[in-house]
Design a protein around this ligand. Structure first.
Ligand SMILES: [Zn+2]
Length: 423
């Protein structure tokens, strides 16, 4: 597990169906098999053509509660030309600024301290350290995104985080005071190497903050559209505690967050038998157990519910478009790709999908090359109905659409079931 993956291989079959990437146990069962899907953030250059498809099968470790995809599409294929910019959402920007301000106000930093963010994206979070004069370094492998961050004056290293890079950073800068790893631990195929890298950089006074949507929410809130190839792992508090402890770190606190439709913030530090562990850790272990997350039978029920949601959404789309409604989508996010490619979508039932990101506009989403247009084009298209795919920021999008679309336009979300969203 120490070796980094070979960049020349785009796809590795099977291993994740046998061995847990967190605890190395072999007690895995099937959570949800979505069949073969295109990579969620890969878009078509024209309305014709097709994209490669890869199997997408979520498996669960009954021992540690880690979810993982059975087959691996390599990060080099997925992340080098990445089109997701964190700064596109005002909700995320505010969340990032609040996090930094709270840490500074708590008195976390002394002169000379530095902060590392892994997967620092376009600098949406680290830029908040600059006015305080705190040194911040970002690690961001997507060259196109790292470039934006550098433009803000943030030292950004265009690499994947690994034990090798951790050793380099330690030699050059010493232990950071804070390591931030938001929405990235799910994105690494070699989870153990990643955690070992964190442990290398974790000094006596280092705290590590990891935010990630929780597997329990995928199960309870029916958030199956967050399963896609770039998410290799699906974290639970118990899985994070297990993989941390096996590699010299300790989960000492868990915060529950409303961002991304329910995320957890896991706080790690060096492992010590004597350290105080916050009550939240055990509370999360208990509540995860109570959801049935570790039990195969619970996931059998889940599969039935997912099929019903997909069936209902498909029926809703077909009937409305046959009735002559002009249905558009909003948010050409990975979630949209998972759900649209999991149903037998009829050609033309969604006219187009609007997205504010210039990186996505004028491209086309599979399966039928649905055009991605600007929000202005959506407003000009006079839709009757708009499906908001990124349900995690639906209020932000609904108020934006409400202000720009006529009174009669209906807004919808497909998760946890098709329902109307109030503007
Ligand atoms: Zn495991």
């Amino acid at each position: 597990m120490e070796n980094e993956l070979d960049a020349s291989i785009p796809f590795i079959k099977g291993r994740g169906g046998v061995i847990c990437r967190g605890c190395l146990g072999r007690n895995l069962f099937s959570g949800l098999d979505l069949g073969e899907l295109p990579i969620a953030n890969e878009l078509l250059q024209s309305s014709e053509g097709s994209l490669d498809k890869f199997p997408l099968h979520l498996r669960i470790c009954a021992d540690c509660g880690l979810g993982q995809v059975e087959d691996v599409v390599t990060p080099e294929r997925i992340f080098r030309d990445y089109r997701y910019l964190s700064s596109m959402s005002t909700t995320f920007l505010q969340h990032a600024a609040d996090f930094v301000n709270q840490r500074v106000q708590e008195g976390m930093f002394s002169p000379g301290d530095w902060v590392l963010e892994i997967a620092s994206n376009d600098g949406y979070l680290l830029k908040n350290f600059l006015p305080y004069g705190i040194m911040a370094i970002g690690v961001e492998p997507a060259e196109n995104v790292a470039e934006i961050s550098r433009g803000l004056g943030i030292h950004t290293i265009p690499e994947f985080f690994s034990t090798r890079l951790a050793k380099e950073l330690l030699t050059k800068y010493g232990h950071p005071k804070l390591i931030i790893a938001n929405n990235v631990m799910a994105h690494v195929p070699d989870l153990i190497n990643f955690v070992k890298g964190l442990a290398i950089l974790c000094g006596e006074k280092t705290q590590i903050s990891i935010e990630n949507p929780s597997l329990a929410n995928i199960l309870i809130e029916m958030q199956f559209d967050t399963i896609y190839h770039e998410h290799y792992s699906y974290l639970s508090a118990y899985a994070v505690a297990t993989v941390s402890q096996k590699n010299g770190l300790q989960l000492f606190k868990v915060d529950q967050l409303s961002i991304h439709g329910g995320s957890n913030r896991y706080w790690l530090r060096n492992f010590s038998e004597r350290s105080f562990v916050d009550l939240s850790v055990n509370a999360f272990f208990q509540s995860e157990k109570a959801t049935g997350l570790f039990e195969a039978s619970e996931w059998v029920n889940y599969r039935v519910k997912v099929s019903k949601i997909l069936e209902d959404f498909h029926k809703w789309l077909s009937e409305r478009s046959e009735d002559g409604m002009r249905i558009y989508g909003y948010g050409a996010a990975a979630k949209a790709s998972t759900i649209l490619n999991s149903i037998d979508l009829e050609l033309g039932s969604i006219t187009a999908i609007a997205d504010a990101s210039l990186e996505k506009q004028n491209r086309f989403m599979p399966p039928h090359g649905i055009e991605i247009i600007s929000p202005e084009k959506l407003f000009a298209g006079k839709p009757t109905d708009v499906v908001i795919f990124p349900w995690n920021i639906k209020s932000e999008i609904a108020s934006y659409l409400g202000a720009n679309l006529g009174e009669g336009v209906r807004l919808w979300c497909a998760i946890p079931e098709i329902h109307q969203v109030i503007k």
